[in-house]
Design a protein around this ligand. Structure first.
Ligand SMILES: Cc1cc2nc3c(=O)[nH]c(=O)nc-3n(C[C@H](O)[C@H](O)[C@H](O)COP(=O)(O)OP(=O)(O)OC[C@H]3O[C@@H](n4cnc5c(N)ncnc54)[C@H](O)[C@@H]3O)c2cc1C
Ligand code: FES
Ligand code: FES
Length: 1326
């Protein structure tokens, strides 16, 4: 028996004598080894932030396999004989960067940087296996890595440079960058020719010791025991059989991608784990003349490779089944997951939403089972599965291999799936279908139809298959099939994850697709079957899988600008190299200090209830639990107060939402704290009322104060003069921030005078400092907040983090020890909430030509249980309700609903997107009613004269908005594409395209005038180096980079001599939050101010010593006792609104833009493809075009998620169900438009902000609505063709389900719901 676990990390040997069976590689790397480059983003294999490369010798294939894996799902005990490479092992700024690291950084592919190490590792692994990848290889490699900041385009552009050029798509190497000297327009954001070449000798070699170990036939059985779990890894099949008989209840772990999710997310505990990853028989693969026998332990990646190679030697007829499997594997999970997950695990998990079983069953595959009782072979079909997670097998049975027979002549097989996101998402419904025909005929000999996702197990449409046997493959068969399936596949309305009607429709739509596919196949074979009208072939149109590309233009700096002046240049993010090497430190990367504790929250499970008792005795009895704290332990105020709004830190007497913090367990480490927090027992007494939705709040008249109104003109008069009146509404769902780094803080008490240091991921350090001070009853001058950087914020790290910090500080205060708090993803989603759902109800009066005379809109937002920032968010929605349109009579009312949900908070755009989208919806509907193109109606209504007033009477000029609009129309080739789309739609019945263009006028700055201020501190040291401190926080937007560019210009020193270390309340006090797209405006001005003061002080010396270098000048100044430190301050504008009079300059200025998007929908499934987006944006004179374009792309993609796939679900009891990436989908690479062009408006000015630039962080999110409206256009085209009514209601997000159901047809109308009076919806629209 082998005693120790032996593996390598970054070329260094690790021997673990007492490996912990419960420990995952991610935690081990970060906490035991101190390699914090690998990040935690979700803990469920869904984000790729934790990607590392694991290499193993495979004795079956006699090769070394390098695989990208998600380390959050890799048990350390499974690593025996493996070599792990993390981002730190790839390259470093101290030694040498790896080209992957260099290119992602220089191509501006790293904003907050939290996803960057994972991206690097996926790409590194790809290159390790294939130094000359294709575009498709890159797409596949990065498909499992999510980024919330960049929108992926720059990452792809950087990595494309590893491809051979001329591989289809446009590579940045052949972009033909030009500098148009005349217009001074530039397209070059980075110089690919400067990149380091790929040098494989830089790679860590696979350790020879591990090769020898791997080649040993029997390297013994490993056994580890922790307090709760025993781990056994046998090396031989006979031992495995014996162990499984001995421990029949123990799971047989392979890739751990199903089991790991249960442990990490659901906190399942398996007292014994049998790991079977070493058993050679489980990984054997043999091709025979009849088919393929694949070991159950083969990973899905290996299976895909084997199939891809194998089909080359087979006739197309025989390989049909394998081609279909390859297609399934392509969209199943991500590369990392496929590298880990096994085919046997996929089958044995018995989860109907998994994709493989339906197609394997249809293919007629058999399973070889082994146990102590012997070996047997059985058919894989619906009868193999007895319930969710259960099969007919005895507990001690092991799935040894799967036999997949070759396809036979006249046999056709297909697979279908539909999910929320096309790839890397569990399917709602999947299906495998196989039909065999009598030779040379269209007579069905057999038909096998299997569906997953329509019940608790795999379902076979047995009767349908039987009834259709012997029939001819024609329309009659189709109709009969639909009729039979409708009856046979009887989904229950109580099915988990709901969507009964949609799933039933998919069942029929998939059959229709299959029918069409086979019709074509038969025709190809020369069988006389009915003609397929060409427009119906669109049912089979494959998705475009090309790697996205784009085109960006921006104006170069003027020729007269000094070459040493970086302002206006596309400078790389200041910390990009550190981010790409994993050296960049986030709060949870800070090593633990001696005696550090961990705090884990105990949250309410009831939406509205009285707290009767809290019993923490069981939790406290666990060794390692130090204490349990509640409201009574708070030394100061148990309250977070903001603008007079009070929110309890810990609930005291009553809970008002599920997820409200009641108490917190403090323990020696995070595992114990988390485990113990689940053991705290709370007794509640439910209270009434309890409601969650906007509609219910309206019924209860449950609103927060103040209720706001803005009014221009005389709306009633406007209605009277109008040709038509239209009433309608639009609902927009909320959105989860999904910053890649979850919220958290480290509170370190100092021994002296009640001082406390906080290392915290906050966008508003001063507020956190204030709340912590009040909580502890200590003055702010003793509390210091340090913010190095945030792994994304998007508005979500302003408010709640202050409460979490105060709780961690309370724990630190009580214990006298440092306390760390890191929210797990599920808790983060539950506790911190996100963007407000909005409902806009409107009445609008318009003329025949689409001119809108009057609009009266009432906005309702769901504020949740406390006010938080909701009233300001509602104000912003109202202030943006005119967008770029001069509607003479306009009235908006805003009501924030008080419900029993977690409190909604700020999110990039801050109500702007909702306010804007609802008016855009009005325009869209008016155009549709008038039968006019939507862009024409928009144009008719736009502000046009030089001097215009908004509906709140703020003077502005729309000239640059109109320039953006016209340029966007031109650059997107709008008119021509509109015609092309009409043509496409008329010749494609099941695919429809839509195009939409919107303008944008977005207010910049805080409408609360006092927040419009910025401060900075600039220190020059004797060596000439400069340290800039400012009140903003770096969260990927590049505020530090811009601050350095500004300092460099003013001081005339190179950027390399200037550093921004951190944001600290001790350096720059009372700073405003980094929000409202105002960070750079405020901080930039303050930095400039400080630098100008310093330059003024140095000026006399400069005159006296013109020959002095900068450093000599600084030393001279020091010797002459001139202060080399200066503070800078920016007093921004006095914005504000008089709500009584509907009057006021709410914003400092406006950022303008226009965006045009084209989509294509699949009317049968509801899937959509983002074909192309063009954005023209006015950012004034960009301080840094690379960063600004990055903000535009990233914001747009975040908006694309908001309006299409990001859907939060609450149960009827108000419990958030979407608490991780299994259920909540943010855009992945597959979602971004195939073409994404960004143009910065040239010759734009802005007298109000630093160096004529403009704020850009928030505005582009709204542009995601172009995709929403383009989808609506596409649906409308489908409905027109089917002669359905023009008006249909589709709310945002336009998910596949909503798209499909809005494209009504014979399939949607025949499905009936099984809902009865006891039916309760699985989710509610809050
Ligand atoms: C992020 C993510 C996305 C995913 N997306 C998809 C998707 O789109 N489509 C899809 O189909 N699947 C998807 N999956 C599921 C994935 O394919 C399965 O989890 C995987 O195939 C299970 O294999 P495993 O080796 O990891 O099994 P494990 O987790 O190791 O084991 C799973 C179960 O199978 C049993 N078992 C495993 N092997 C055997 C055997 N040989 N004999 C007897 N019992 C055995 C174990 O006892 C255990 O109960 C996804 C998973 C993740 C984490
Ligand atoms: S995939 Fe491992 S943390 Fe997200
Ligand atoms: S840079 Fe990708 S998540 Fe921030």
């Amino acid at each position: 028996m082998a005693a120790d676990l032996t593996f390598y990390i970054n070329g260094r040997k690790v021997v673990e004598k007492n490996a912990d069976p419960e420990e995952m590689l991610l935690g081990y790397l970060r906490r035991k080894v101190g390699l914090t480059g690998t990040k935690y983003g979700c803990g469920e294999g869904g984000c790729g932030a934790c990607t590392v490369m694991v290499s193993r010798y495979d004795p079956v294939q006699d090769s070394i396999n390098h695989c990208a894996v998600t380390s959050c799902l890799v048990p350390v005990c499974s690593l025996h004989g493996s070599a792990v490479v993390t981002v730190e092992g790839v390259g470093s700024t101290r030694t040498k960067l790896h080209p992957v690291q260099e290119r992602i950084a220089k191509a501006h592919g790293s904003q907050c940087g939290f996803c960057t190490p994972g991206m690097v590792m996926s790409m590194y692994t790809l290159l390790r296996n294939n130094p000359k990848p294709t575009m498709e290889d890159i797409r596949e490699a990065l498909g499992g890595n999510l980024c919330r900041c960049t929108g992926y385009r720059p990452i792809i552009d950087g990595f494309k440079t590893f491809c051979d050029v001329n591989q289809g798509g446009k590579c940045c190497m052949d972009n033909g960058y030009f500098h148009n000297q005349e217009d001074q327009i530039c397209e070059e954001l980075f110089k690919a020719e400067d990149f380091l070449p790929l040098d494989p000798t830089q790679d860590i070699i696979f350790p020879p010791e591990l090769l020898l170990l791997g080649k040993k036939q029997d390297h013994g059985q490993l056994c580890f025991q922790s307090e709760r779990v025993k781990w056994i890894s046998p090396a031989l099949l006979k031992d495995l059989i014996h162990l499984k008989a001995q421990y029949p209840d123990a799971p047989l772990m392979m890739g751990n991608t199903t089991l790991g999710l249960k442990v990490n997310v659901k906190r399942a505990l398996f007292p014994v784990i049998i790991y079977a990853g070493w058993i050679p028989e489980l990984r054997e693969i043999t091709w025979s003349s009849n088919g393929l026998r694949v070991g159950a332990g083969c990973s899905l990646s290996v299976l895909k490779d084997v199939l891809q190679k194998g089909i080359k030697d087979l006739s197309p007829e025989k390989s049909e089944v394998y081609q279909t499997l390859i297609q399934t594997l392509h969209s199943l999970a991500s590369k990392q997951i496929r590298n880990m997950a096994t085919i046997g695990g996929n089958i044995m998990s018995s989860d109907p939403k998994y994709d493989l079983c339906s197609v394997l069953a249809a293919s007629g595959c058999t399973l070889r089972i082994i146990s102590k009782a012997g070996v047997c072979e059985m058919v894989l079909d619906d009868k193999f599965f007895t319930d969710f997670g259960k099969t007919v097998l005895q507990e001690d049975a092991i799935l040894l291999s799967i036999n997949i027979p070759h396809s036979k002549p006249w046999e056709f097989i297909s697979t279908f799936r539909q999910a929320q996101r096309r790839e890397f998402s569990f399917s709602f419904v999947n299906s495998g279908m196989k039909v065999s025909f009598r030779e040379q005929s269209a007579v069905v000999e057999s038909l096998e139809i299997f569906y997953g996702g329509v019940g608790s197990t795999l379902v076979k449409a047995r009767n349908t298959g039987k009834e259709l046997r012997g029939r001819l493959w024609n329309e009659k068969l189709l109709s009969k099939g639909i009729e039979l399936l409708k009856v046979e596949i009887s989904l229950s309305s109580a099915i988990p994850r709901g969507r009964e009607e949609y799933r039933k429709t998919l069942v029929l739509s998939f059959f229709y697709k299959f029918y069409m596919e086979i019709l074509l196949e038969l025709r190809k074979k020369g069988v006389a079957v009915s003609d397929v009208p060409p427009e119906y072939l669109s049912a089979l149109k494959p998705h475009g899988n090309e790697l996205p590309h784009g085109h960006h233009t921006f104006q170069m700096v003027p020729e007269i600008q000094s070459s040493t002046d970086p302002v206006g240049c596309p400078i790389m993010h200041q910390a990009a190299f550190q981010q790409a090497t994993g050296e960049a430190q986030y709060y949870d990367d800070i090593p633990s200090v001696k005696g550090e504790l961990f705090v884990s929250m105990v949250t309410s499970t009831r939406a509205h209830a009285k707290l009767i008792s809290i019993d923490a005795s069981e939790a406290l009895s666990i060794p390692g639990v130090v204490t349990f704290i509640t409201a009574e332990h708070v030394p100061g105020q148990n309250r977070r107060v903001w603008f007079g709004n009070v929110e309890e830190l810990f609930a005291e007497e009553e809970v008002i939402c599920v997820g409200q913090i009641i108490g917190a367990i403090v323990a020696e480490n995070r595992e114990i704290a988390k485990r113990a927090s689940c053991l705290v027992s709370v007794t509640y007494e439910d209270l009434l009322p309890v409601f969650f939705t906007i509609e219910e709040a309206i019924e209860h008249q449950s609103f927060f104060e103040p209720k706001r109104k803005l009014e221009r003109g005389n709306v009633e008069e406007g209605f009277e003069k109008s040709d038509h009146i239209l009433e309608g509404e639009l609902y927009m769902g909320g959105q989860e921030h999904f910053y890649m780094e979850t919220q958290g803080v480290i509170a370190v008490p100092r021994a002296e005078a009640g001082e406390m240091e906080l290392y915290v991921a906050t966008q508003h350090a001063a507020f956190t400092q204030e709340v912590v001070g009040l909580t502890l009853g200590v003055n702010s001058n003793k509390i210091s907040c340090h913010v190095k950087r945030l792994g994304g914020g998007f508005g979500g790290k302003v408010m709640k983090i202050a409460s979490l910090s105060a709780i961690a500080a309370t724990a630190a205060y009580r214990t006298g020890r440092a306390v760390r708090c890191v929210l797990e993803r599920g808790d983060d989603m539950l506790i911190t909430s996100g963007r407000h759902p909005f409902l806009g109800r409107y009445k609008v009066g318009y003329m025949n030509d689409g001119t809108i005379l009057a609009a009266d809109i009432t906005y309702y937002s769901n504020g949740g249980c406390t006010l938080d920032e909701s009233s300001f968010i509602m104000e912003k929605a109202l202030l943006h309700m005119d967008n770029g349109y001069k509607i003479p009579h306009l009235r908006g009312r805003g009501l924030v609903c008080r419900t029993f949900l977690p409190s909604y908070t700020a999110f990039r755009g801050f109500g702007g997107p909702q306010g804007l989208t609802i008016i855009e919806s009005v325009l869209h509907e008016v155009a549709s009613r008038c039968g006019l193109p939507a862009h024409q109606v928009r144009e008719v209504n736009m502000y046009k004269s030089e001097r215009c007033y908004t509906h709140h009477q703020q003077l502005f000029s729309p000239v640059d908005m109109l320039r953006c609009w016209h340029e966007c129309l031109e650059k997107s080739n709008y008119e021509q594409r509109l015609l092309a789309i009409q043509k496409f739609n008329s010749s494609n019945n099941w695919r429809k395209r839509g195009l939409s263009i919107v303008p944008l006028k977005f207010g910049i700055g805080f409408s609360k005038g006092f927040y419009n201020q910025g401060a900075a501190l600039v220190n020059i040291y004797k060596d000439g180096s400069v340290l800039v401190s400012h009140g903003g926080t770096e969260m990927g937007q590049g505020i530090n980079t811009k601050a350095i560019q500004i300092a460099s210009r003013v001081l005339n020193v190179p950027m390399s001599s200037i550093h921004v270390k951190e944001t600290c309340t001790g350096n720059v006090p009372n700073a405003a939050p980094s929000a409202a797209s105002f960070g750079t405006d405020a901080v930039g001005m303050a930095v400039k101010d400080a630098c100008e003061k310093l330059i003024a002080r140095l000026q006399p010396l400069r005159k006296q010593n013109p020959e002095h270098t900068w450093q000599q000048l600084v030393v001279e100044a020091y010797c002459q006792k001139i202060s080399l430190s200066a503070t800078g301050f920016f007093m921004g504008p006095h914005t504000g609104v008089d709500w009584e009079r509907s009057k006021g300059a709410a914003y400092y200025y406006f950022t303008f833009g226009a965006c045009c998007s084209e989509v294509e929908i699949d009317c049968l499934t509801g899937d959509h493809e983002n074909i192309r987006t063009d954005i023209v944006m006015d950012v004034g004179k960009s301080l840094n075009p690379a960063l600004d374009i990055g903000q535009i792309e990233g914001g747009f993609i975040q908006g694309l998620g908001l309006y299409t796939i990001e859907e939060l679900h609450f149960s009827p009891d108000g419990v958030l169900k979407t608490r991780g990436l299994s259920d909540y989908k943010i855009p992945a690479i597959v979602d971004i438009p195939h073409t994404l062009n960004i143009h910065l408006l040239s010759n734009a000015q802005n007298p109000h902000a630093i160096y004529s630039s403009k704020g850009i962080g928030e505005p582009p999110v709204f542009f995601g609505c172009t995709v929403f409206f383009a989808i609506k256009e596409a649906i409308a085209a489908a409905r027109r063709e089917r002669k359905l009514s023009k008006s249909f209601n589709i709310s945002s997000p336009a998910t596949p389900e909503k798209i499909r159901m809005a494209c009504e047809d014979n399939f949607t109308t025949v499905v009936t719901s099984s809902k009865n009076k006891h039916w309760s919806p699985w989710t509610i629209n809050v």
